[in-house]
Design a protein around this ligand. Structure first.
Ligand code: FAD
Ligand code: NA7
Length: 484
């Protein structure tokens, strides 16, 4: 039998997890299929690969990343840590629980930086179309090399879709919004809050984007921040200058009328109204259509396309857990492809999905959601050789995080959590999040002289030396950042 050919679409954290899963089997002596990964950006990392542009990229493609300057992790890093590549391995010392984007990109990259998996990625290559041939039971993947403009098609036995689902903005209409004279944009295009200094800002939406862009705007000196919710308010104890109001009724120029009868004037509007599952390279019968939720319909064990089990999705869920969930999914998909895990018949898969979907539909609140996603991950890991970790403890970390946010939405990022992988307690960052204006890796890993004195929560850690220079050394194929 000829060697199987696998296409992976996207080299964000999910696509990289798939590459890493196959690499780990290969290192253990397994024969792996031929793998080609297509990534439309010039580098990997997906959302974590920041682009200052908004709208279109240098090739005229829609910009993928929705991340902004000054984006710091919005959940504790201890909840996303890879079970087979820890923060301690990467950084060689404890760091804080909520690192900025560049630090997390470095961690994602570090796991595979020294391996050869990057050779399996064709960068600056956009997947344009995927066709399934029922007679041959193969897929034809057509791609465009964005540098040369050349279009080519290749045959594959299986396709893994890892293209993310927080890139195509959901842009609803609001009565009279066209009369608003200030700037109106979606969170996808937001790149930094500095320009909101002194401005009265309206954010529409009541989830992570509204929350984080709201506090960013506050941090950067917005005159006021108003968040408008459709279903329910986030309900945090907002500081003076931030408020939540029910959904707006209409715009009249700069004035906005809310459904509770109140009105406000604004200078800038940001739609924090979420994203669409959109796969423009897939025909309808292969494309996932779902709201943003933690158990999308149509995916057996959250990854196998029920209507064509040679097509897989990674990272298609709404995400509490992230990197380690993508790993669990990737390891399971790898094992299906390698024939190590058996794929049940269609009816059994349907029954399995029904059971999980029924439970999903009964979930009541965030704590339930996190436990559900934890159980989902456990179920996948139990079917693979991915290192099991204390998922219940990670659930507890999420619950503590939620509590920290309820106590103070402006300081939760200054709290520390303990790694379930290594037992290492995070250190307090040298500068409180509210005062930190530099999100670079270099600044993050440095210890400015003024901040060198240890704080109470540093008890379990040692004080770190002042750093000007960062060097990267490989250790057993793992990168390590040394600070001198
Ligand atoms: P992505 O990261 O979106 O990567 C998908 C990749 O597919 C991209 O590289 C893209 O270029 C490529 N691609 C897409 N279409 C094509 C195509 N047609 N052809 C070729 N390549 C293609 N998670 C956390 O854990 N902590 C956080 O603090 C956090 N903050 C976030 C903030 C924002 C604003 C957003 C949007 C998300 C955040 N997330 C966070 C969640 C984030 O989605 C995941 O951490 C992670 O990036 C998902 O990985 P992925 O590989 O599934 O998708
Ligand atoms: P989410 O979490 O999908 O939330 C979308 C929000 O937008 C949610 O509060 C929705 O309200 C609201 N929404 C959607 N459509 C409308 C309309 N028409 N009117 C008013 N409000 C609307 O997206 P986010 O961008 O916040 O987060 C996505 C990821 O980015 C996440 O992983 C973060 O880490 C960063 P609802 O509650 O459904 O009524």
């Amino acid at each position: 039998m000829s060697r199987q050919r696998i296409a992976i679409i996207g080299a964000g954290p999910s696509g990289i997890a798939a590459l890493r899963a196959f690499e780990s089997a290969q290192r253990a002596g397994a024969k792996i299929p031929e793998i080609v990964t297509y990534e439309k950006q010039d580098d990997w990392g997906g959302q974590w690969n920041y682009d200052w542009r908004s709208g279109t990229d240098r090739y005229g493609e829609p910009v993928h990343s929705s991340m902004y300057r000054n984006l710091w992790s919005n959940g504790p890093k201890e909840a996303l840590e890879f079970a087979e590549y820890t923060f301690d391995q990467h950084f060689g010392r404890p760091i804080s629980s909520y690192p900025p984007r560049e630090v997390l990109w470095d961690y994602i990259d570090g796991r595979v930086r020294r391996s050869k998996v990057k050779n399996k990625v064709q960068f600056s290559t956009a997947v344009r179309w995927v066709d399934y041939d029922r007679d041959q039971d193969t897929f034809t993947v057509t791609v465009e090399n964005l540098r040369s403009g050349k279009t080519t098609s290749s045959e594959f036995d299986r396709v893994i879709v890892a293209s993310g689902h927080f890139s195509f903005p959901n842009v609803p209409d609001f009565e009279g919004i066209e009369t608003f004279p200030g700037s109106v944009r979606h969170a996808h295009d937001f790149r930094g809050a500095e320009a909101l200094d002194g401005k009265r800002v309206l954010l529409i939406g009541a989830s992570y984007s509204a929350e984080d862009i709201g506090v960013q705007a506050h941090k950067m000196g917005a005159a006021s921040v108003t968040m408008s919710y459709r279903t329910s308010p986030m309900g945090y104890d907002w500081p003076d200058g931030i408020e939540e109001l029910p959904l707006l009724d209409r715009f009249e120029g700069q004035t906005v009328h809310f459904s509770n009868g109140e009105t406000r004037e604004f200078d800038a509007v940001i739609l924090c109204t979420g994203y669409l599952h959109k796969y423009p390279f897939l025909p309808a019968e292969l494309a996932l259509q779902s709201p943003n939720n933690i158990y999308p319909a149509g995916l057996y064990r959250g990854v196998v396309w029920q209507k064509n089990p040679r097509l897989y999705y990674l990272g298609a869920q709404d995400q509490w857990f992230t990197f380690n969930m993508f790993d669990a999914q990737a390891w399971y998909v790898r094992d299906l492809i390698l024939g190590r895990a058996a794929l049940p018949a269609a009816e059994q898969r349907a029954a399995h999905m029904r059971t999980w979907r029924n439970r999903f539909q009964e979930l009541d609140g965030d704590a339930d959601d996190v436990r559900f996603q934890g159980d989902y991950i456990r179920d996948l890991i139990e079917a693979t050789d991915y290192p099991m970790f204390d998922i219940d403890e990670v659930v507890q970390i999420f619950l503590d995080w939620k509590e920290d946010k309820v106590k103070n939405i402006l300081t939760y990022r200054d709290k520390n959590h303990r790694s379930v992988m290594t037992g290492t307690m995070a250190t307090t960052h040298h500068t409180p999040w509210l005062e930190e204006l530099d999100d670079s890796l270099e600044r993050y890993l440095s210890t400015p002289a003024a901040a060198a004195a240890p704080t109470d929560s540093d008890q379990a850690t040692e004080t770190v030396v002042i750093s000007e220079e960062i060097s990267v050394n490989g250790v057993d194929g793992h990168a390590r950042v040394n600070v001198r």
